[in-house]
Design a binder for this molecule. Structure first.
Ligand SMILES: *[C@@H]1O[C@H](CO)[C@@H](O)[C@H](O)[C@H]1NC(C)=O
Length: 319
């Protein structure tokens, strides 16, 4: 109740990544290029999977759903950050800050569950190949996607319900380029240190457990591939390695920031670049460069599009 007597801050000031003008120009260029490639790459994966009949399998459906989340994840803060590089004073409204936290947790939470679903899919495909088509039916696949978003949303609500009741009465400087929970909780006008650590570490521990679960499932898959050597095994191995690289790049920073939430190092800022800019950029790269099927389908789509430019009536290839 006490919290409602304070007048709430109207906006937060973001310190951004750096003060140096030269470095800022450099980062604007680098981040803009990354953002563009991320959007184009993920868009291409999405369109390729949707429009290629032989890619209509659970693995590729989950992959295209991942691309969709990646586009969301890279869009909720990066464009504003790029624009902010040109602003003298970088600010964000209270509501804007809360919505950044909302989207950050919704998209990362959903992505984590989706990555677990993808590892489950690979586990069934490689360790229980005879039951694959019965277990991974279309309903199950849709169910996994719906579950991912539901869990992501529930996680977000639980974190936000906590922060919305905190009084923000004065301090408003966020030492990063977007609002994240550990940084913002720091600014509340009551001493919530212990509770705050507890709440945030819950996210950290869940991320850590998910990571261990993924690690175990991929190790099981790898061991299975090694013992049942077959002609398909090198392909399975490369798919799983690709999945694993993505998992590692994604979880490393998340766990670091959330398991030790009150260490406001420069490291935290650099790490947040990882999961908002680098991982969404990496996913299409890892999946497409390492996957012959997707690459071949994309090439076909791209050359077909080129061939068709200028024609008035679109024609579709006979499948
Ligand atoms: C996400 O996965 C579902 C379930 O398999 C699939 O039907 C849908 O097309 C996918 N959505 C996207 C955008 O790829």
């Amino acid at each position: 109740m006490e919290g409602f007597n304070h007048s709430r801050v109207a906006e937060f000031v973001l310190l951004g990544l750096t003060d140096s003008p030269e470095l800022q120009i450099f980062l604007v260029v680098v981040f803009s290029i990354f953002y563009l490639i991320t959007m184009l790459g993920n868009c291409l994966i999405l369109l390729t999977v949707i429009s290629t009949a032989h890619l209509h399998s659970p693995m590729y459906f989950l992959l295209s759903n991942l691309s969709l989340i990646d586009m969301c994840l890279s869009s909720f803060a990066t464009p504003k950050m790029i624009m902010d590089f040109f602003a003298q004073r970088k600010t964000i409204s209270f509501e804007g800050c809360i919505s950044q936290i909302f989207f950050l947790h919704l998209f990362t939470g959903t992505e984590i569950v989706l990555l677990i679903c993808m590892s489950f899919d690979r586990y069934i495909a490689i360790c229980k190949p005879l039951h694959y088509s019965t277990i991974m039916s279309e309903q199950v696949c849709v169910g996994l996607v719906v579950t991912s978003w539901t869990v992501g949303l529930l996680h977000t609500i639980s974190q936000l319900a906590f922060i919305l009741y905190l009084p923000f009465c004065g301090p408003n400087v966020v030492d990063s380029f977007f609002c994240d929970l550990p940084l913002v909780i720091h600014l509340a006008c009551i001493d919530i240190y212990v509770l705050g650590i507890f709440m945030i570490s819950t996210s950290g521990v869940i991320a850590l457990l998910s990571f261990l679960l993924l690690l175990t499932s991929y190790i099981t898959v790898l061991v299975t591939i090694k013992t049942h050597s077959s002609t398909a095994s090198s392909k399975a191995l490369s798919t799983c390695t690709a999945h694993f690289i993505v998992v590692f790049m994604f979880f490393g920073p998340c766990i670091f920031i959330y398991v030790w939430p009150f260490t406001n190092f420069l490291v935290d800022k650099v790490l947040s670049v990882f999961y908002t800019i680098f991982t969404p950029f990496l996913n299409p790269l890892v999946y497409t460069l390492r996957n012959q099927e997707v690459k071949a389908a994309m090439k076909k789509k791209l050359s077909y599009q080129k061939f068709n430019i200028g024609k008035t009536t679109p024609r579709y290839p006979v499948q």
